[in-house]
Write a protein that binds this ligand. Structure first.
Ligand code: GLN
Length: 547
């Protein structure tokens, strides 16, 4: 895209860039999503973009324990988990283009160079890489006819790998004009002593670092345990050269869905409007305040839910599952008390005794996963939930292993397994999907994204979804082997929804059980605050009936 002359007209799309300082994990994603939400509530068309400066093409090949959940978009993108927050806050479905990585940018620029696009030129970070970054953001703005885009850059200012992105952010102000560009910097005001003094030095330093690369922040969103003291705010304002009204304190709250309100209480929209001139700076809260209130204000004691999985050392690995549970709990006024349990602890035969541990829970959820480690534990627990009539929701891996447990223990085919876990099993009840066979690459090679699913009449699935057709997102290589369909059906586990003209089973259920439901798709990605995904809604309701 050609460099434009500085344009200061205010009717152009607005670009808001969110950078982070001091350290990672400050909740930049929530602050970005909340800012976008506030703008959306004023009637603007808003979306978010996440930049991940790592070299991976996408998040698909990364271990969730290292990087958190892989969020799957409707179009099959394997993306950073912040996209989940954007979708949940804005109630939109994003595409993979909303997650830009160094890998994607460089791969495209190098391919263009090979194709002769830059013939005769030396291809450089500035302008070729930075142009590619800006083009990607602008394309989203144009294609989606956005009034505002909020672009969040992962990592912290000063990271070597984020420099080209921050440089692109800097250039955008030059090209789009100051009236159309705003920079929000997220920092931390830690408290070290008993007196409770909020320290401002880390913020001062990180703003200096940002200025060194040519960006002067317009708004500082300062994370802190308690609201910023007047003196802290004054000090930050002075050192960072940001007016006091634009130093926003992002203190701890009970639910992330309250963050738009706490930003607005401090005048966030006026602060934004001061720089980029919004049409209106009055949010029409409609249902949002009610949604946010229901996510922390509960009438009943917590429901105890056991979440069994392989990546429990980092709860972010299942962040959408966690949110979906909360959405479902909020709907019935119940707090959800999730215990993350490493399934590996329930693997061996002496594990049978320990399985009694699960009696104390109102429900058991088994989310997605890959590989052998811990899988026998999930099979044991899925079987225990069936026998003890504990509500069970299995998602993807949890769906596949519930079928394995059923075939082993009810159909009495003892060595039944998934070929993912035992390629030579005599009874491959879960098997590699045939059309995946030819693909050799690891990245993007699963069955990904949204597919149409048809639900069988008269089933529990049909009752809980209230519709014959639903669309849900997938991320898997293995699937239920239709050769075992009759066997499980005859003994009481019913495949109740399918896709691809009956080729693939999408749900199984045990009608005689209070709630035993498995879904091949990832229902968690569809859940929204105020509108929990149906399988979660039904699971949590069933859990609430178990005393
Ligand atoms: N490992 C299983 C598969 O590839 C399940 C995947 C998942 O849980 N996302 O089919």
């Amino acid at each position: 895209m050609q460099l434009r002359k500085t344009d200061t007209r205010s009717d152009r799309p607005k670009y808001i860039f969110v950078t982070g300082g001091v350290m990672s994990g400050l909740g930049k994603g929530v602050i970005s999503a909340s800012t976008a939400k506030l703008l959306q509530l004023t009637g603007l068309k808003v979306s978010c973009v996440k930049i991940d400066p790592y070299v991976n093409y996408d998040a698909g090949t990364m271990n969730p324990v290292a990087h958190g959940e892989v969020f799957v978009t409707k179009d099959g993108g394997e993306c950073d988990m912040d996209l989940g927050n954007y979708e949940r806050f804005l109630d939109v479905a994003l595409t993979r283009e909303h997650n830009i990585t160094t890998g994607r940018v460089y791969l495209e620029v190098i391919q263009l160079e090979r194709n002769g696009k830059y013939l005769g030129q030396c291809v450089q970070i500035i302008p070729h890489i930075t142009d590619n970054i800006k083009d990607r953001v602008r394309k989203i703005v144009q294609d989606e006819k956005l009034d505002v885009v909020v672009v969040e850059c992962g990592g912290t200012v000063g990271d070597i790998e984020s420099q080209p992105f921050l440089e692109a952010f800097r250039q955008i102000e030059l090209e789009e004009g100051g009236l159309n560009t705003l920079y929000i910097h997220v920092t931390l005001a830690p408290v070290l002593d008993v007196v409770g003094e909020q320290k401002t030095k880390p913020t001062q330093h990180s703003v200096q670092e940002l200025r060194r690369i040519g960006i002067q922040p317009d708004i500082l969103a300062v994370r802190c345990k308690k609201p910023l003291a007047a003196e802290t705010r004054r000090k930050i304002s002075l050192f960072a050269s940001v007016n006091e009204r634009s130093v926003i304190s992002c203190y701890d709250v009970a639910s992330i869905y309250q963050v738009p309100e706490i930003l607005e209480e401090q005048g966030m929209l006026s602060a934004i409007s001061e720089k980029i001139g919004l049409r209106s700076n009055k949010p029409r809260w409609s249902k949002w305040k009610q949604i946010s209130k229901s996510s922390y204000n509960f009438d009943s004691v917590g429901l105890k839910i056991a979440a069994i999985g392989k990546y429990v050392s980092l709860p972010d690995s299942y962040v959408s599952v966690y949110h979906a549970l909360w959405h479902a709990g909020a709907q019935i006024g119940s707090k959800i008390d999730v215990t993350w349990i490493d399934s590996e602890k329930f693997e061996n035969s002496s594990g049978k005794l320990k399985l009694r541990y699960f009696d104390r829970f109102n429900g058991i959820i088994a989310p997605g996963g890959f590989g052998k480690r811990g899988s026998e534990g999930i099979i044991n627990i899925a079987n225990y939930a069936r026998i003890k009539k504990i509500p069970y929701l299995g998602i993807c891996f949890g769906f596949q292993l519930a079928i394995v447990a059923f075939v082993r223990n009810v159909c009495m085919l003892e060595d039944a397994n998934s070929t993912e876990l035992d390629p030579d099993t005599e009874h491959p009840v879960v098997k590699y999907m045939p059309e995946q066979n030819k693909k050799k690459e690891m990245g993007g090679s699963m069955r990904l994204g949204e597919h149409e699913i048809e639900i069988i009449e008269g089933s529990n699935a049909r009752r809980l979804y209230g519709s014959r057709i639903i669309y849900r997102r997938h991320r898997h290589r293995f699937e239920f082997n239709q050769d075992y369909r009759q066997k499980i059906e005859d003994l009481g586990m019913i495949p109740s929804a399918h896709s691809d003209r009956g080729l693939r089973t999408e749900t199984v259920e045990i009608p005689k059980h209070p709630f035993y439901f498995g879904v091949q798709y990832h229902s968690e990605f569809h859940s929204r605050p105020g509108r929990p995904e149906e399988s979660f809604g039904a699971f949590v309701k069933a859990a609430s009936f178990r005393s």
